[in-house]
Design a protein around this ligand. Sequence first.
Ligand code: P6P
Length: 340
Amino acid sequence: MVQHTATSVVTIERYIIEQERLYPEATGELSGILYDIALAAKMITNKVRRAGLVDILGATGGDNVQGEEVQKLDVFANETIIKAMDHGGRLCAMASEEEPGIIPIPEGFRCGKYCLLFDPLDGSSNIDVNVPVGTIFSVVRKITRGTRGEMEDLLQPGRRQVAAGYIIYGSSTMLVYTTGQGAHGFTYDPSIGEFLLSHPDIKIPNNPRYLSVNDAYEGQWDENVKSLMRKYRGLEGDRRALNVRYVGSLVADFHRNLLGGGVFCYPANKKRPNGKLRLLYEANPLAFIVEQAGGAACDGTTRILDLQPTELHQRTPLFIGSRAEVELAHETLAGVAATA
Ligand code: P6P
């Protein structure tokens, strides 16, 4: 594997090609998917950066499948990704948080051997207040016979992912992805319109700094979750307290913890017995990334990547970040559950 440092000027396209060359049997289809995602990211960041200026703020008035008000940027991001990906001949199906079911490849376009699942603009309720938002994506290989993608192809456990990543539209726009050979970060340089390698082979610090959780739900948590949060806060057991940092935008909270060390928690609560975050296109891709960076992700009792999906938009509790912190969650939650 070619070793790069953050100082060498390496575009994401060059990096993808260099990674592809490590696999003589590679057809280039997966590389093509990653190129097209980078293109879509450039188009979306261009709009997000001007959201306050161009009349695309405010809701369209419509609701998405989640019953949430759809922001215009959500619609733009969703359509941009679909249009960038649906004719490349590498995909046989897509799925989006914004769409109820399978997004088929249009008639007349060739179908490929991969499926793309994505959240086009997560945290979009933060757009109007200029809080970072993000795109999250997951790629799996088709496992059914025939040429067109089926629901079975989409409902695969996260350990079957062949690629995953996210784009964070923050103080700068970054694309972080993995194909199972480490997690790598690229920062967008708008002056040349390129994503440049800035964070090769990211490793999440084992010495955590941050706890990301919305403790407005404390009254609805089980006792074992409350105990876990007391441990993270240094109020139970002989642990140093973590700094609480919660943006309310998953990609922003995850990215800060990935680089700075920490844990993001969205536990189940009495109103949301399955948590809030989506398994297929939020938890799974971020779990792939964090494991490649030396971290971990669980739902409290099971490794995220081992969960067998049953529905496209199913939710999951999520504890993700530095390995020791996630293991503490597992011990505290599964331990109690095991004896309960
Ligand atoms: P809460 C944003 O709506 C989102 O889906 C994630 O980006 C974020 O982590 C979470 O919900 C925040 O949820 O319940 O704390 O507002």
